[in-house]
Ligand binder design. Structure first.
Ligand SMILES: CC(C)(COP(=O)(O)OP(=O)(O)OC[C@H]1O[C@@H](n2cnc3c(N)ncnc32)[C@H](O)[C@@H]1OP(=O)(O)O)[C@@H](O)C(=O)NCCC(=O)NCCS
Length: 205
């Protein structure tokens, strides 16, 4: 398995990346924005994406997006092909894209939003902290990316204050945590369930 910074030679993988994201969104039923092959191609060409390949076979992907005049970067679109899940690949991809983000944008705060426990765990290990949406970028273009998520109406209804996703932030200027705890999976799952009960219930009224 090799993890490389993507370039134009990887355009041929844009369709499978887009399809794998789309299929995963259907299976999971919540909280993954769609990305077209054209959109993925743009991400592949500017040196801000990491692709994992098993020989010539696509295994995983993630990209950096820059917001608020480089004050913030997001590590978005993380996807591991179902054939390669459960082997620590997402962790390796996230570490690689995190390192790339720190090298290319050393002063930027790195953030992500997620409903997934796996991503929450990985981010936590990388030193991210859970934060309210008000601490993330207010760049409207970032939030427009949520329009293709099936929960977008919740974000609109709450005036962008909350949604089913949890915001997580790595601030390069913050004091490092003294002790690196693991994410509390039980608490996270419980919180997610409470949010779903509150926010999804209102949706059906
Ligand atoms: C989420 C995803 C990227 C995980 O990829 P993966 O390569 O299987 O993840 P890893 O093997 O690196 O696992 C990382 C950690 O998450 C845990 N994990 C993996 N999948 C999990 C799941 N479905 N539920 C809970 N925990 C999970 C692992 O046990 C591991 O934790 P540990 O360090 O405590 O052992 C992959 O399942 C995927 O592509 N899903 C669909 C797309 C998606 O949800 N993207 C994220 C959008 S925010």
């Amino acid at each position: 398995m090799k993890l490389v910074v993507a370039n134009e030679s990887h355009f041929k993988y844009a369709h499978i990346i887009s399809d794998t994201i789309g299929e995963s969104a259907k299976v999971r039923g919540t909280g993954i924005a769609k990305r077209t092959p054209e959109y993925i191609q743009k991400k592949l060409q500017n040196g801000n994406a990491v692709i994992a390949l098993d020989g010539e076979t696509f295994a995983g992907f993630c990209y950096i997006e820059v917001w608020g005049h480089e004050k913030f970067v997001a590590n978005s679109g993380l996807i591991v092909h179902p054939d390669y899940r459960g082997q620590g690949l997402a962790k390796k991809i996230k570490q690689r894209i995190f390192d790339l983000s720190r090298t290319k944008f050393p002063d930027a705060k790195i953030f992500g939003i997620t409903t997934g426990l796996a991503v929450m765990k990985i981010n936590y290990e990388l030193g991210y902290k859970p934060v309210t949406f008000s601490e993330l970028t207010d760049d409207p273009e970032f939030w427009k990316g949520c329009q293709t998520c099936k929960n977008f109406d919740i974000l609109t209804r709450t005036e962008q204050k909350m949604c089913l996703c949890t915001g997580m932030l790595h601030d390069p200027n913050a004091q490092p945590a003294v002790k690196k705890d693991n994410v509390n999976s039980k608490a996270f799952t419980r919180l997610k369930s409470i949010k779903e009960q509150l926010l999804l219930k209102k949706k059906t009224k």
